[in-house]
Each structure stands twice: as structure tokens, then as C-alpha cells.
Design a protein around this ligand. Structure first.
Ligand SMILES: [Fe+2]
Ligand SMILES: [Fe+2]
Length: 367
């Protein structure tokens, strides 16, 4: 029996990726970066326990879950196509499609857990190590909580190839600043934005609660990346900044570039077919109701998507969004959506919310 095998209880499903990284000692134990020391103290204060602090007893409210289901931020439940489906079919589609999204959140959390553990060794400042240690604990709790919720919906579905490649890249790269931009800025930024989006759209009480609790932690994790990189980026050469920007662009591309062939749409179509719906017909029917979807999105304040709505403003705020890299993003959007939509995306990338924690809590302070 290999060391990774546990006796019998679960079949072994492990997979390795080779990593190389230098572990850095720091013999100075005095605080060096006050903002990060403060964030560490806050993280200690705001620890929570997934099995105790969330209301698991009632399970998933199927009706609320199905009524307010959305697909990657698209409010499909507003279309007449959806409304005509029998309730049982709606539930099957909602639980399988959301199960796919949440399974990927879960796998992403595992990646975050391992990267946070690496950062304890890889970052050079003691405050950075302290903070990464609290994040490691947070991510373990997120894996635990998402795994428990997915189990109430469906089997855990496999990781999407784009996300797997991104996690492999971040885990195996040596430079801690590349790990930080790949995980703390791109992956955490995407997670934070997507969790908040799903939380705001669902009426399912347990999911709302879970995403709010997790989102509060993710706001700190993104804050760590921003505060830490803000300290070091101004000291870097143009060539070093280019390397970090390229890494951030590649990470974003793996998540959203439809040319990679890993599109979420293909997987979702298969899930719908399994639920007895002709996916081509379904997508056509919903596309023909564009006006309904556009109106619903407008009511929710429009939709930017996590990369243009959050990751790019973050890169901008830490000085990692040069004209050169903006050109790469514009080129990707043009290839995916056409020149007009690309210009629209480029011009709409907004300012980052000043207080990320308040932004996550908005309307949910008492939850
Ligand atoms: Fe997390
Ligand atoms: Fe995180």
C-alpha cells in the first residue's frame, strides 16, 4: 500500500503535479508590513466552523434553489422556455448545472488550499507567512463546506480542464509573486466575484449563507494579494512586471477564453441532455428571448463577468495592467465576441470597491 492510500473507506483518487520552490526563512520576527499583520489579526478573529455555524439541518430548499437558479450569471429562469418545463425537470437541470459550477468551486478551493500552504514557505516576509497560515485554514474550511453542499445536490463532477491547467501552473511555478498573482489576484478574484454573484441571485437559504461566509474570507484573501503586491510591484523592473502580467493574462485566459476548447457551455449542454432536454433546442429557445434576459440583467445592475468586472480592476490598482497587456485582453475579447463587444468590455472595466469586505457584506451584514 502506498503512503497516499487509506484503508478501504474511499477509493483512492489522487493525482500529482511536480512543484519546485525555494522555502525562505526569515530571521526577523518584528512586524514589517503593518497592513498584512493587521489582516492576519482580523483573520484570527473571524474564524468560523463550517459544521457548527451554518444551518445544515434543513438541507437544500429545492423550490427556492430551482426558482432562483442562474447559469454563469445568466438568469435563465426568467425565460418562458424555462417556465414551461415541468418542476421536476427544472430541479434536475438546476441541481446538475449548479452541481457542475459548485464542483469546480470545490476543486478550486482545494487548489487554493495547497497554494496557500506553499505561500507559507515561499513568501519572504514573516507577516506574509503568518497571513498565509490563516488562509490555509480558511481554504480547508471552504473545501469542507463546498464538499458538504455539493453532496446534497449531486455527485462531485470532474474539474474543468482550464481550471486544472491554471492550478497546475500556479502550484508548479517557483516565484512567489507569480503564485500570488495567479492565486490571490486572478483565481481568488474570480471566486470572490462569482460567489457574490451567485449569493445575490439565489434564494436558497443554506447556499446564501455558505457563499456569504466563504465570500467574507475570500475578500481578505484578495486583500492579501493586493496589499502584498502593492508593496513590492513598485520596486520591480519593467521586465519583471511584464513576466507577472503575462502570468496573470495566461491565468485569466485559461478561465475565460473560448478558443481553449474547454468551454463551460459544452459541459452544461451535456448535463442538460442527461436531464432529458435537447440542449441545442434549449439554447436556441433562450437565445431567442435575449430581450427578457437583457432586461433581467439590467435590473441586477448589468453584468461584467469576473475578469473584466473584478480581476482587471485589481491588476490595474496594483500597477500590473500596462497598455501592452490591455492589448492582449482586447485581442482575446475580439476573437471571442467581436470588436464592438471587446471595446465595450475594455472601456467598462470599473474601479475596484474600496472596502472589499463591505462590498461582500452589502445587504447581508447580519447573516
Ligand atoms: Fe476559498
Ligand atoms: Fe481564498
Amino acid at each position: 500500500m502506498s503512503a497516499t492510500e487509506l484503508p478501504e473507506k474511499h477509493p483512492v483518487q489522487t493525482e500529482g503535479v511536480k512543484t519546485a520552490m525555494e522555502a525562505i526563512y526569515n530571521w526577523n520576527y518584528e512586524p514589517e508590513i503593518d497592513q498584512i499583520r493587521t489582516l492576519y489579526a482580523k483573520a484570527l478573529d473571524l474564524q468560523w466552523i463550517a459544521i457548527k455555524d451554518l444551518d445544515w439541518e434543513k438541507g437544500v430548499d429545492h423550490e427556492a434553489f430551482t426558482r432562483t437558479f442562474s447559469l454563469g450569471g445568466i438568469p435563465v429562469t426568467e425565460t418562458s422556455f424555462w417556465k414551461k418545463l415541468p418542476q421536476e425537470t427544472r430541479w434536475q437541470i438546476a441541481r446538475r448545472s449548479a452541481g457542475f459550477m459548485l464542483s469546480n468551486f470545490l476543486h478550486g478551493e482545494q487548489g487554493a488550499l495547497m497554494v496557500a500552504g506553499q505561500l507559507v514557505s515561499a513568501v519572504p516576509h514573516m507577516d506574509g507567512k503568518f497571513y498565509a497560515a490563516t488562509q490555509t485554514m480558511d481554504e480547508a474550511r471552504h473545501v469542507e463546506a463546498f464538499a458538504a453542499y455539493v453532496k446534497l445536490l449531486d455527485d462531485v463532477q470532474p474539474i474543468s480542464p482550464g481550471l486544472k491547467k491554471l492550478l497546475d501552473n500556479v502550484l508548479s511555478v517557483e516565484d512567489w509573486m507569480l503564485k500570488a498573482v495567479g492565486m490571490q489576484v486572478v483565481t481568488e478574484g474570480l471566486a470572490l466575484y462569482s460567489f457574490r454573484d451567485m449569493r445575490n441571485q439565489t434564494d436558497e437559504p443554506l447556499l446564501k449563507q455558505l457563499l456569504t461566509y466563504v465570500g467574507r474570507d475570500e475578500a481578505r484573501h484578495t486583500g492579501y494579494g493586493i496589499k502584498y503586491l502593492n508593496q513590492v510591484v513598485p520596486t520591480l523592473t519593467r521586465a519583471q512586471k511584464d513576466t507577472i502580467e503575462d502570468f496573470a493574462f495566461e491565468a485569466s485566459r485559461l478561465l475565460i477564453d473560448q478558443r481553449t476548447g474547454y468551454s463551460m457551455r459544452d459541459t452544461v449542454m451535456k448535463l442538460w441532455a442527461d436531464a432529458g432536454i435537447d440542449p441545442v433546442e434549449a439554447f436556441q429557445a433562450m437565445t431567442s428571448e435575449r430581450d427578457v434576459i437583457a432586461k433581467a440583467l439590467e435590473r441586477r445592475g448589468g453584468r461584467m463577468g469576473p475578469i473584466s468586472g473584478f480581476v482587471i480592476p485589481t491588476l490595474h490598482s496594483i500597477g500590473l495592467y500596462s497598455e501592452r497587456i490591455a492589448g492582449h485582453f482586447r485581442e482575446m475579447w475580439t476573437a471571442n465576441m467581436g470588436a464592438e463587444a471587446a471595446e465595450h468590455m475594455a472601456s467598462r472595466s470599473k474601479e475596484l470597491p474600496e472596502d472589499l469586505e463591505a462590498w461582500v457584506n452589502e445587504g447581508y451584514e447580519t447573516l
